[in-house]
Design a protein. Structure first.
Lengths: 208, 81
């Protein structure tokens, strides 16, 4: 016997109604979506490009593109994931323009083994927050994430900083779930390795 | 389970998407390998330190500026359409 699910029991994301209204020409509904996601889109763009002016431009362009292409949004993914995807593409394009001699894509640098094999085995005690003040810690975290290849940085940003699920991250980046998992592991390990230089507690006499 | 096997399970371990059998193997390995225990702890701390410290703050002033720029662009596009 087929299982019949009564309609209306599934939880519908509140964005669905806003998107429907925006598609119908309701500017206030679109503006509400902008308010909900402008910070997130800016942060994503800034993390990928590492440049504030670029991130501002990208945020504006991403929302404009979303507005112009709203009719094409089918609702197969969450609106926020679709928006992040647009912002990621714009950000990678911007990076490509900046570094004309280098290609920048989600596939770049995935061959590198750097940091994939852990070498630093010092515990972080006391916690980073206890060793450094807010400003110093911010500088270290920014400098460290800047050193990651863009492909790894992007996966780490979406998955660990913006808290997208692995599936949403895959959708936003046009990657398979296993590809996201593998990049995420390497991004986390590379960051861990680099941060250990600052945060690792070494016993006396042990080389840094 | 050796250290390489352990690393390959790390992402699923953090996501809580690991089978009970593998989880038992991971725990046994962690009990025997101090290096992997440190890698586990410090990788978790890596994620937490980035989650807990917004390194690119979006001030209210910046957000307002962005917001009006976005809406101005979209409304101009609407008029053109």
């Amino acid at each position: 016997m087929p299982a019949i699910q009564s309609p209306g029991t599934e939880e519908v994301h509140p964005d669905v109604a806003l998107v429907a209204r925006a598609k119908g020409g309701d500017t206030a509904a679109f503006e509400q979506l902008v308010r909900q996601y402008e910070r997130q889109i800016f942060r994503v763009a800034q993390h990928i490009t590492q440049n504030r002016e670029d991130a501002e431009d990208i945020t504006q362009d991403a929302f404009l593109k979303a507005y112009e292409k709203l009719e094409q949004f089918q609702g197969n993914s969450k609106f926020s994931t679709w928006l992040v995807r647009i912002a990621v593409n714009e950000s990678l394009m911007r990076l490509r323009k900046r570094k004309t001699s280098k290609t920048v894509s989600m596939d770049e640098d995935v061959q590198t083994e750097e940091g994939s094999i852990p070498r630093d085995f010092a515990e972080w005690r006391p916690n980073p927050e206890q060793i450094y003040d807010q400003n110093e810690l911010g500088d270290i975290l920014r400098k460290t994430i800047q050193g990651l290849p863009p492909g790894f940085r992007t996966v780490f940003t979406l998955r660990d900083i913006e808290n997208l699920s692995t599936e949403e991250t895959a959708e936003a980046l046009g990657l398979s779930v296993p590809a996201v998992k593998s990049r995420l592991l390497r991004a986390r390990l590379q960051l861990r390795e680099r941060l250990s230089r600052y945060f690792g507690h070494r016993k006396e006499g042990q080389p840094a | 389970m050796n250290c390489t096997d352990f690393l390959s399970q790390l992402t699923d371990y953090f996501d809580g998407q690991i089978s009970p059998e593998l989880l038992a193997e991971v725990r046994t390995h962690l009990g025997e390998c101090d290096h992997c225990k440190v890698v586990l702890n410090t990788t978790r701390q890596t994620i937490e330190v980035y989650r807990g410290n917004e390194i690119y703050e979006v001030s209210e002033e910046l957000r307002e500026r962005l917001h009006s720029a976005i809406m101005t662009k979209c409304m101009a596009a609407r008029k053109r359409a």
